[in-house]
Design a protein around this ligand. Structure first.
Ligand code: NAD
Length: 416
């Protein structure tokens, strides 16, 4: 894993794409920095009565196309630059799929495994209190990310509604269905990963049903992508999590591996299969590689050894910019994160729309609307790639996204 600064990676990606657009340097500069970042220190009571300090951030990147939108991550490696980068990727992600949001992201420096549920609840509510002036259904709408889920979203909603003395389910997405969540939200990121992988194989003249697949990271995004890709007939030969990787050339059962992980906490120790390192998995000879863990999983050194034909980025920022260049030179087709994992935010948008309508859609409607959004964005990306003769799909995605944000900014004008 590389130590590349994800915020510098984001800025490089914006520069690479802006070079193909007729946009002034002053406007590009604006698109490389968040509008504001909250840095806060939360004082939280532990179960033994001790008060502990936790640093937390919320970055609001760009609001030209609508309210800020993006997840909240709990991880020991959360940093100001990581949160800024993730908020930028959210802005470009919302633009490529054409949903009316700007980008935001939040995080707390914490290892949730070291805390009880009651400590995590007090931590979450403490952060929600700090976020109160910044968030709201028309201002900034958080969502789950690494190590957060429905439980944390429900606590944040309840804290906001209690402090505001109102009901406002649209203040946050990724809630439990009984608290105003949407059908299909839990699966949405894995679903867009599957849809873009399918479209990438079609683009290359192949069929994903014949593919061998390796998935790095077997959490929400990775395990669901694996199951849905397996449903298309592909063979999942390797999966991993932070404990290591498992490999079976005859194919793993995606659902059974997930059940094993739910029971034991890790994918390792599953059945009679070979165990390997995460780097071994990332360099397997497979048709499709799905990085679904964290940033910088593949750096320049590892990229030289990657042996997949197609990479679909379920995680945010899994390739460093140097790795990206090497893979493009080696003709590996990379479907960029801002499209591949955009299913999560797209169904979050559907959840927000349902909350505003006070009306619930069926799961079939959610999945149909999601497929329409993702395939249309894939077509826009391919159109830009071919029309402008761009170096790779990532540049194409940013070209489309940046142009949409710039158009909204230009229409509004600069104020004051
Ligand atoms: P998660 O916490 O459910 O799963 C993360 C998985 O990655 C875990 O299985 C963990 O063990 C594994 N992991 C951590 N470090 C690893 C390493 N070094 N090597 C291999 N595996 C490792 O998180 P998630 O929600 O699935 O998110 C994964 C990625 O997808 C993140 O980059 C996140 O930003 C992105 N993403 C998630 C969503 C969503 O809706 N969940 C939406 C968009 C993007």
């Amino acid at each position: 894993m590389s130590e590349a600064n994800p915020f510098e990676s984001l800025q490089e990606q914006v520069d690479d794409a802006a070079a193909y657009l007729d946009v002034g340097d002053d406007v590009v500069e604006r698109l490389k920095h968040p509008e504001r970042v909250l840095e806060t220190n939360l004082s939280v009571e532990m179960d033994d009565g001790e008060i502990r300090r936790f640093k937390a951030y919320r970055s609001q990147f760009n609001g030209d196309r609508g309210p800020y939108k993006g997840g909240i991550r709990y991880h020991p490696n959360v940093s100001r630059d990581e949160v800024k980068a993730l908020s930028g990727w959210m802005a470009y992600k919302c633009a490529i799929v054409g949903i009316p949001y700007g980008g935001g992201k939040g995080g707390i420096i914490v290892d949730p495994d070291e805390h009880s549920e009651s400590e995590l609840e007090r931590l979450t509510r403490s952060f929600a209190k700090e976020l109160r002036p910044l968030v709201g259904p028309d201002r900034d709408i958080p969502a789950p990310d690494v190590n957060t889920g429905q439980r944390e979203m429900n606590w944040i909603k309840d804290t906001y509604e209690t402090l505001e003395n109102t009901t406002a389910p649209g203040v946050i997405t990724g809630k439990a269905i009984s608290s105003g969540g949407s059908e299909g939200r839990v699966e949405a990121t894995g679903r867009s990963t599957m849809l873009t992988a399918r479209d990438a194989f079609e683009y290359r003249g192949g069929d994903i049903g014949d593919a061998t697949v390796a998935v790095q990271g077997y959490g929400n995004a990775g395990s669901i992508a694996a199951r849905l890709i397996e449903d298309l007939g592909a063979t999942i030969v390797a999966v991993s999590d932070s404990s290591g990787a498992i490999y079976d050339p005859d194919g793993l059962d995606a659902v059974a591996v997930k059940e094993h992980k739910n029971e034991t906490g890790s994918v390792t120790g599953y059945g009679d299969v070979e165990e390997m390192t995460n780097d071994d998995l990332l360099t397997l000879d497979v048709d499709l590689l799905v990085p679904a863990a964290l940033e910088n999983a593949i750096d320049a050194d590892l990229a030289e050894d990657v042996d997949a034909d197609i990479i679909v980025e379920a995680a945010n920022g899994p390739l460093t910019p140097d790795a990206d260049d090497i893979l493009a030179d080696r003709d590996v087709l990379v479907v960029p994160d801002i499209l591949a994992n955009a299913g999560g935010v797209t169904v979050s948008y559907f959840e927000w729309v349902q909350n505003r309508q006070r009306f619930s859609w069926t799961e079939a409607r959610v999945n149909d609307e999601l497929e329409a959004v993702i395939t249309s964005a894939f077509d826009d990306l391919v159109d830009a790639y071919e029309t402008h003769d761009l170096p790779n799909f990532r540049v194409a995605a940013y070209v489309v996204a940046i142009q949409r944000i710039v158009d909204a900014y230009t229409n509004s004008g600069n104020w004051p």
